[in-house]
Design a protein around this ligand. Structure first.
Ligand SMILES: NC(=O)C1=CN([C@@H]2O[C@H](COP(=O)(O)OP(=O)(O)OC[C@H]3O[C@@H](n4cnc5c(N)ncnc54)[C@H](OP(=O)(O)O)[C@@H]3O)[C@@H](O)[C@H]2O)C=CC1
Ligand SMILES: O=C(O)CCC(=O)C(=O)O
Ligand SMILES: [Mg+2]
Length: 743
């Protein structure tokens, strides 16, 4: 076994997986020369499902449970993981993955859409491990440091992306609940000593139902209990749909049903049932019988009626069509294909969808394919309010100007499943009216509130050690950057008020002399940051987990055009490093373009940045001097790639992901050959540098030649690695040069 230091590179899904097939051979060529091993770990949704069901697989189909292994490694100080974005699967995506695997001969069980029997419940629980955001919370055993590196920011300022104009009279706005939501009902306490608690529901009839048997809490931990009223939610949704109709704006719903995998599909389902209420009133019984699940979107109706007699189907389709005449226009995901905002819960994901609306002058796409004003409905008000603040700002000041605007990096509280993003196993759809409560095993009631049937009650946890670590990270970033640093914490919100107290306390552990560190309410923090950003000034945002997610798409999308260009570091609390690539997702639209036109517009800049910091970390931890040279020269190569405009183009026929990787390899080899610190290393890379430089035109032509035609990658969730390699490494000259360098 090799004793070389190791970087683990994750294999994920969709566009990042495609890009990896072209980038990894390059990375391995360079790291091998420094005696660094790069090992892959497949954590795609397909691999995670197969890892869960070994008993249904033949020996050669079996895969290891890589995610569990990576989770274990996050606890070791020498761990170094590069994590690419992966699919957080909705139920429809999970079912599609299972179907594809079954068609490929994997005899895994089907997903139990109805969960009544004990077996169905157990099976669903096993599948739920692969559902929604199942990867990130396991790996994120540290807090989050996301920022635009100076070279990337400079590039964006010199080469601004397009920004639509904002009309000061724009009718676009955000709508959120004013009462009855989690925000209005939140309770929060900090525990003084460790204890075990139970979550239970005492019904009006006096029966006690255990919601969750046991949650073990640590001293210093902050816990919250909160409820969303079904009645208030449905009334709110109806009122907003009517308001959109009256105002003549499109209706849209922005949720995070992937990350909030228990609560948000339920909210999404209510929106579907309210919007299409006439259809559900008329066909509710039939839908029940055929297994329609509104939480999966209106696509569930289309799926389930497919087997009905043609006449019945046409009748239901006509009833759906009649709804559109009555209701406000729905914002579209894909107007060509008739896919609306309420089609599927994973199509519109708030962290990416709101910035894209704001970047687009506050407009979304209508059924006719035209951009129009829209009501952005984000029921839960806690964080929805920040988007209205940005919209109001843009109506007054116009669109942001990427050539002059400052930057807002983020330090996010994320470790150990902090806050709402770790609450899935403590979130419940309430079966009967009563009192939901959190009780210690000694019988003390810590939190309690009245709930009604159908409400969503949840408990969130935030451990003390991650909070301390987060404060430390914020102070370090403030010191290293010199930027004003703002903790976004509302005094009026119980949970954030608990955090405020801890932040005040833990800041005393650090030398903050000369630093500008403030604690502000969210909306003030947003205004403060926006007023600075348009003057070209920079401000660090220090936030909880959800705002981390929202702000690290929002600001990068305004500043850089995409959050793929972010540096995203997770210093693991146990001492290791997790280097995420970019701050966005897996870009499903990019796969479609590759399959149809053999052009991959995925920008791997996030991977380049992550690899450089990963190598730098490896050098610090192991003393491998060549790792440092690799990191420095990679940064030089990335800078050159940006300066020379060798990032992938969106248009088929122009330089794509593969071409961009070629340039990275060429600049990187040239930079190593040119450095003087390690002459032997320079000599080793001179032939590759020469081969790539002298064949530049030929290689670029070979890469361009394949574009334009459809390409088969042998599947979607479990594509064929051989087919992807063939598609992603089509230049014989480039392949031969890498092979020679490896020899
Ligand atoms: N860290 C993680 O693992 C994350 C995973 N996800 C998952 O990713 C999937 C898709 O999420 P979605 O909300 O659509 O967001 P994405 O970030 O995947 O995509 C939004 C848009 O951003 C642009 N984009 C994103 N990455 C790149 C890139 N590297 N290069 C160029 N453009 C890029 C694309 O714009 P255009 O189409 O205009 O080119 C894309 O359509 C979901 O399954 C989600 O759960 C989401 C966020 C983070
Ligand atoms: O894990 C997920 O589902 C999404 C993660 C995400 O959006 C982020 O961390 O920015
Ligand atoms: Mg995000």
């Amino acid at each position: 076994m090799s004793t070389n230091p190791k970087i683990i590179y994750t294999l994920t899904d969709e566009a990042p997986l495609l890009a990896t097939h072209s980038l990894l051979p390059i990375i391995k060529t360079f790291t091998a020369a420094a005696e660094i091993d790069v090992e892959t770990s497949d954590i795609s949704v397909a691999a995670r499902i197969l890892g869960e069901f070994p008993e249904f697989l033949t020996d050669d189909q079996k895969v290891t449970d890589n995610l569990a292994e990576l989770g274990r490694l996050t606890q070791l100080a020498d761990t170094n993981i590069i994590k690419l974005p992966n699919i957080s699967a909705s139920v429809p995506q999970l079912i599609a993955t299972i179907t594809e695997l079954q068609e490929k001969g994997y005899k895994i069980p089907s997903y139990p859409e109805e969960q009544k029997t004990k077996e169905e419940i157990e099976l669903a629980a096993r599948y739920s491990k692969a559902l929604g955001s199942a990867v990130n919370p396991v790996l994120r055993e540290g807090n989050s440091d996301r920022r635009a590196p100076p070279a990337v920011k400079r590039y964006a300022q010199k080469n601004p992306h397009s920004m639509a104009k904002w009309n000061p009279d724009s009718k676009s706005h955000v709508s959120h609940m004013l009462s009855g939501d989690f925000y209005s009902s939140e309770q929060s306490i900090t525990l003084h000593k460790a204890c075990d608690v139970r979550m239970e529901l005492v019904t009006k009839g006096g029966e006690t139902l255990v919601l969750k048997e046991k949650v073990s809490l640590l001293a210093g931990e902050v816990i919250d209990g909160m409820n969303m009223s079904k009645k208030a939610l449905c009334e709110f949704l109806e009122a907003e749909m009517q308001d959109a109709k009256t105002q003549g704006v499109m209706f849209s719903l922005h949720m995070k049903a992937t990350m909030m995998k228990v609560s948000h599909p339920i909210v999404f389902g209510h929106a579907v049932k309210v919007f299409y209420k006439d259809v559900f009133a008329k066909y509710g019984d039939l839908f029940e019988e055929i297994g329609v699940n509104a939480n999966n979107g209106i696509s569930s109706v289309y799926d389930k009626i497919a087997d009905l007699p043609a006449e019945k189907r046409a009748e239901i389709e006509a009833a759906i069509a009649a709804v559109y005449a009555d209701r406000p226009e729905l914002a579209m995901v894909d107007s060509d294909k008739g896919i609306t905002n309420l089609h599927a819960p994973n199509d519109v994901i708030v962290d990416a969808s709101m910035p894209s609306m704001i970047r687009n002058g506050g407009q979304m796409w209508g059924v006719d394919g035209k951009a129009k004003d829209a009501k952005a409905t984000i029921p839960e008000s806690t964080f929805a309010r920040i988007y209205q603040e940005v919209i109001t700002f843009c109506k007054t000041h116009g669109a942001f100007d990427p050539t002059t605007m400052g930057t807002v990096p983020n330090v996010g509280l994320m470790a150990q499943k902090a806050e709402e993003y770790g609450s899935h196993d403590k979130t419940f759809e309430i079966p009967a009216a009563g009192t939901a409560r959190v009780v210690t095993f000694d019988g003390d009631v810590l939190l309690e509130q009245e709930v009604e049937e159908g409400d969503i009650y949840r408990m969130c946890q935030t451990k003390d050690a991650p909070i301390r670590d987060w404060v430390k990270l914020a102070v370090n970033r403030a010191r290293q950057s010199g930027m004003p640093t703002v903790f976004w914490l509302d005094e009026g919100r119980p949970h954030e008020n608990e955090l405020r107290k801890k932040v005040a306390l833990y800041l005393q552990d650090h030398d903050t002399d000369g630093l500008d560190i403030r604690v502000m309410d969210q909306l003030d923090a947003m205004k403060f940051s926006l007023e600075r950003i348009i003057k070209g000034e920079d401000t660090i945002s220090v936030t909880g987990n959800i705002l981390r997610d929202y702000l690290t798409d929002l600001f990068p999308i305004m500043e850089l055009g995409t959050s793929a260009k972010m540096l995203s570091i997770v210093p693991l609390m146990a001492g290791g490093g997790l280097f995420e690539t970019g701050a966005g997702g897996s870009a499903p639209k990019h796969v479609q373009q590759l399959v149809e036109e053999n052009h991959l517009r995925w920008d791997s800049l996030g991977e380049f940045l992550a690899l450089a910091v990963s190598l730098e970390d490896l050098n610090i931890k192991t003393g491998n001097a060549r790792a440092k040279i690799l990191a420095d020269t990679l940064d030089l190569a990335t800078g050159q790639l940006l300066d020379n405009n060798k990032s992938p183009s969106r248009r088929t026929g122009e330089l794509d992901n593969r071409g961009s990787h070629f340039y990275l390899a060429m600049y990187w080899a040239q930079a190593i050959a040119a450095q003087t610190e390690d002459a032997a290393f320079a000599a080793e890379f001179a032939p590759l540098a020469k081969a790539l430089t002298s064949n530049e035109e030929k290689i670029v032509a070979e890469l361009a030649a394949v574009q334009g035609e459809a390409v088969d990658i042998g599947g979607y969730f479990l594509p064929s690695s051989e087919k992807i390699t063939a598609a992603m490494c089509p230049s014989a000259t480039f392949n031969a040069a890498l092979k020679a360098a490896n020899a």
